[in-house]
Design a binder for this molecule. Structure first.
Ligand SMILES: *[C@@H]1O[C@H](CO)[C@@H](O)[C@H](O)[C@H]1NC(C)=O
Ligand SMILES: *[C@@H]1O[C@H](CO)[C@@H](O)[C@H](O)[C@H]1NC(C)=O
Ligand SMILES: *[C@@H]1O[C@H](CO)[C@@H](O)[C@H](O)[C@H]1NC(C)=O
Ligand SMILES: *[C@@H]1O[C@H](CO)[C@@H](O)[C@H](O)[C@H]1NC(C)=O
Ligand SMILES: *[C@@H]1O[C@H](CO)[C@@H](O)[C@H](O)[C@H]1NC(C)=O
Ligand SMILES: *[C@@H]1O[C@H](CO)[C@@H](O)[C@H](O)[C@H]1NC(C)=O
Length: 436
């Protein structure tokens, strides 16, 4: 009732205001508009007072009846350990839902209804720790170790990653071995060893070598290649190459892992944007996400929940369709689910803000931000408030790649402690193998 009045007042004032700017109504017109507003207000005031009186009457009636022996409600329900309870109304016909925390699964009925007999239907459920290893999350022969709310994989030698999903890149290893072969004297005689150029000046011999070679041999007749990679391997000024160094006759060159190109200065590595250069082969319904050293094809699907449906409103966003009046579960489901994909390098320093979520037009009196998701996400992320309307996902500890981390940030709008809306942002972080 109060809300309706407020909206009407706003509308009328708005009308007057725009009228002003456009064609300046006469004083008379203004006064008549204001009178109309006053009239509307007083009508609303009287209806409001009328319904308050009716409400009070009904309350008195209730108090005097036997219903009060039961307090008119079902008994208070406990929230099982490691869970959340949805639904606050404890009167007949209302329902309470239980949702287990991340890492736990529900045993028993997920909802209980307050019956006419002022008792709850069903039995109180419990939340039990999920054995994360049950689904066999470790690939390629990895051994799973179950921990509370997470698991870890012990990977065989040639596999890495949180679920041993990535092969140890062999391109790089092969390259190093190639250079080892190259600098082996037996293969490189003639390239890495050269005769020196000597001149006789006033009876003494001066021998010189080309750049990149140094005089060797007892008689100064030979020049040997300088192994710059070895020489500058641990220099104070840093390494010669960001990634790997290949010694060449008279010089060196740097090489980068697959997915990177050597930069112009010849020493650093630059990620190749496969998505921009069309080296990716994602299908039409997939999106290409460039990552450091590679790319990912992602496909966003809207959730299929039992009592609510979603529509894809953009490639990365799903919004809940309007709820039917008789569907009580539907308003509890998230209003929207957005996806965000971030590409980062391995061992990123922490703490560091990765992502911000904020409410454009908050409708309630309170905004709440929280981190959903399990396992790795809880270990590496936290959600903080950065201002009244903004929450941020903060990386709290460095992550070693290659890995994929997922975190879900939930933003809840409440008014007088009643949930009005819930928005979920799913953040997927692709962490590269290297620190570049
Ligand atoms: C009635 O309900 C109120 C609020 O839920 C509670 O504080 C009170 O203890 C209840 N009284 C009885 C007799 O159950
Ligand atoms: C590269 O060389 C190292 C040392 O010589 C050896 O241990 C490794 O197995 C080699 N890697 C490959 C792929 O040949
Ligand atoms: C990266 O290197 C590849 C092969 O060396 C080359 O074809 C490509 O044009 C380079 N890309 C950029 C962006 O320099
Ligand atoms: C294209 O897709 C196939 C099959 O998924 C994959 O094996 C191949 O490496 C992809 N090629 C490129 C350039 O991404
Ligand atoms: C869920 O949806 C079904 C079918 O639309 C409906 O019959 C049922 O009452 C709904 N459940 C709740 C708790 O609203
Ligand atoms: C991660 O970075 C820190 C500091 O930047 C460094 O000391 C550490 O060695 C790095 N760890 C790995 C595994 O590279």
């Amino acid at each position: 009732m109060i809300l309706t009045q407020a909206v009407i007042v706003f509308l009328c004032l708005g009308l007057i205001h725009t009228g002003f700017g456009q064609d300046c109504p006469s004083r008379q017109e203004m006064q008549s508009s204001l009178k109309q507003v006053q009239k509307l207000l007083s009508t609303h005031e009287s209806t409001y007072l009328q319904s308050l009186r009716t409400l009070r009457k009904r309350l008195n009636l209730l108090q005097s009846t036997a219903v009060l022996a039961n307090n008119g409600t079902c008994p208070k329900l406990d929230t099982p350990a490691n869970s959340r309870k949805l639904g606050r109304v404890m009167s007949p016909g209302h329902e309470v839902y239980f949702i287990c925390d991340a890492g736990y699964e529900l045993v028993g009925t997920e909802s209980r209804v307050c019956q006419e007999s002022f008792t709850w239907s069903g039995h109180q459920p419990t939340c039990r720790d999920i054995n994360e290893c049950a689904s066999g999350p470790c690939l390629n022969g990895g051994t799973c170790v179950d921990e509370v709310n997470q698991f870890s994989c012990k990977c065989p030698k040639s596999w890495v990653g949180t679920s041993c999903q990535s092969p140890v890149i062999s391109g790089f290893v092969a390259m190093t071995n190639t250079s080892a072969v190259l600098s082996a004297p037996s293969v490189t005689v003639g390239l890495f060893v050269r005769p020196s150029r000597c001149t006789q000046v006033q009876g003494s011999t001066h021998c010189t070598c080309d750049a990149g070679y140094t005089i060797s041999g007892r008689d100064s007749t030979t020049c040997t290649d300088i192994d710059e990679c070895e020489l500058f391997h641990t220099g104070q000024a840093g390494r010669l190459c960001l990634h790997s160094c290949i010694n060449t006759p008279g010089g060196y060159r740097c090489s980068c892992p697959t997915g990177y190109n050597v930069t112009r200065d010849g020493r650093n590595c630059k990620d190749i944007d496969e998505c921009a250069t069309r080296q990716s082969n994602c299908t039409r319904d997939q999106m290409c996400i460039n990552t450091y050293g590679g790319f990912q094809c992602v496909h966003v699907e809207c959730p299929r929940l039992r009592n609510s449906t979603y529509s894809k409103t953009s490639p990365l966003r799903c919004e809940r369709n309007p709820c039917s009046v008789d569907n009580k579960m539907c308003p509890q489901a998230p209003n929207s689910i957005s996806h965000h994909f971030l590409s980062v390098v391995s061992n990123l320093s922490a703490p560091r803000t990765m992502f911000r979520v904020s409410a454009l037009r908050p409708i309630g009196d309170t905004l709440r931000f929280s981190l959903l998701g399990r396992g790795q996400a809880r270990r590496h992320f936290t959600v903080q408030r950065s201002d009244r309307q903004t929450g941020q996902l903060v990386l709290v500890s460095p992550v070693q790649g290659p890995a994929v981390l997922e975190a879900e940030v939930e933003m809840t709008e409440l008014d007088k402690r009643v949930q009005l809306a819930r928005y979920i942002t799913k953040v997927t972080m692709f962490i590269s193998q290297y620190e570049f």
